[in-house]
Ligand binder design. Structure first.
Ligand SMILES: NC(=O)c1ccc[n+]([C@@H]2O[C@H](COP(=O)([O-])OP(=O)(O)OC[C@H]3O[C@@H](n4cnc5c(N)ncnc54)[C@H](OP(=O)(O)O)[C@@H]3O)[C@@H](O)[C@H]2O)c1
Length: 302
């Protein structure tokens, strides 16, 4: 970037990191695995008076920021919005719109369907850092708390899918009152997420998928909910190039936090941004989305 200053600091040195962020308006943390860096980088951003976003899909690291940094973020008057990614932001925003349409939500399920495409070294390192959580069955939100290792409920799903461990969206219960929330992914993704190559193998791989490969990849994300009377509503977002979209979402999230500060604290995307407006913005990047009644038959949730 022309004229940009470059400052370096180790993630483990709070004073140096805070000094590096000083004078900035927002920090975009891309230094995964976030299991090891998110709290340190976010704490330094807060102390430097900067808003914060990251590109973490590591759900326990996301949850940790809500659990530990809400008070400091409030005190500093800054907004912290973790998980500014292609999957978490659309699903969190859709969940908010689905809940508004349904009224009272009993159960919700998020579904990730991501077509074949390469993964970056960084994603594989994040996966390796969280593989224990993945193999233990991941997280299910049930009765007001997240529980690890709870078997997902079976049932026909709208699209071929089954429960996998990583793609929960822990931000959703921050703003949607519900009894149960779980995440599913299609079987192929679930299998890919259940194993991670060794650090040596990861280091020998290309940095990430080629642009042609990224553009050919397609994704579908669903947030499906059932209400008390059995009524169902679902939100759907479709697009391509999860990595390119994550970059757009992270930068736009930081830009909005600076331009239209939503209030201090650690916030879910739907608490920080107007859901339909943000999803509408993503339309310029090929994302199509809708919130609709149905399906009428069971098979989607429960
Ligand atoms: N969920 C999503 O949609 C999504 C999409 C894209 C990316 N991501 C996540 O974003 C992260 C970045 O992905 P990527 O492909 O860009 O990974 P990458 O190429 O490995 O980049 C990570 C960068 O972070 C730096 N870093 C890591 N730990 C650090 C520390 N303690 N102190 C200083 N620097 C540190 C690394 O520096 P060195 O090279 O010097 O180690 C590297 O430059 C990954 O965790 C990935 O999971 C998520």
């Amino acid at each position: 970037m022309h004229g940009a200053q470059r400052r370096q600091a180790p993630a483990g040195d709070h004073e140096a990191l805070t000094a590096a962020f000083a004078g900035g308006e927002a920090v975009i943390n891309c230094a995964g695995p976030f299991t090891f860096t998110a709290r340190a980088v976010a704490a330094a951003a807060i102390d430097a008076g900067c808003h914060y976003v990251d590109t973490s899909g590591e759900q326990l690291a996301v949850k940790d920021l809500f659990d530990t940094l809400t008070a400091p973020a409030h005190g500093a008057g800054v907004s912290v919005v973790p998980a500014a990614t292609d999957g978490c932001v659309p699903l969190d925003l859709l969940a908010s719109l689905v809940a508004a349409r349904l009224g009272r939500v009993e159960e919700m399920r998020t579904v990730h369907l991501v077509g074949a495409g390469g993964v970056s070294r960084g994603s594989l390192r994040s996966l390796a850092a969280t593989i224990g959580d993945v193999r233990s069955g991941g997280l299910v939100y049930d009765g007001g708390d997240w529980r690890a290792g709870t078997p997902g409920r079976r049932g026909e799903v709208l699209l071929p899918g089954r429960r996998a461990a990583v793609p929960e969206v822990v931000t959703i219960p921050r703003h949607v009152r519900l009894r149960r929330l779980e995440g599913l992914a299609e079987a192929g993704l679930g299998e890919r997420l259940s194993s991670a190559p060794s650090p040596e193998v990861i280091a020998s791989l290309p940095e990430g998928p080629a642009e042609r490969e990224r553009r050919a990849q397609r994704f579908t994300y669903l947030a499906e909910a059932a209400g008390a009377g059995g009524r169902r509503v679902r939100g759907i977002a479709e697009g391509s190039d999860t990595y390119g979209l994550t970059a757009v979402i992270a930068v736009e999230s930081a830009r909005r936090l600076v331009a239209e500060p939503p209030g201090a604290g650690v916030l879910a995307p739907a608490q920080a941004f107007e859901p339909a407006a943000f999803l509408g913005f993503l339309g310029a990047y090929g994302v199509r989305w809708a919130v609709e009644d149905g399906p009428e038959r069971d098979g989607s949730v429960g």
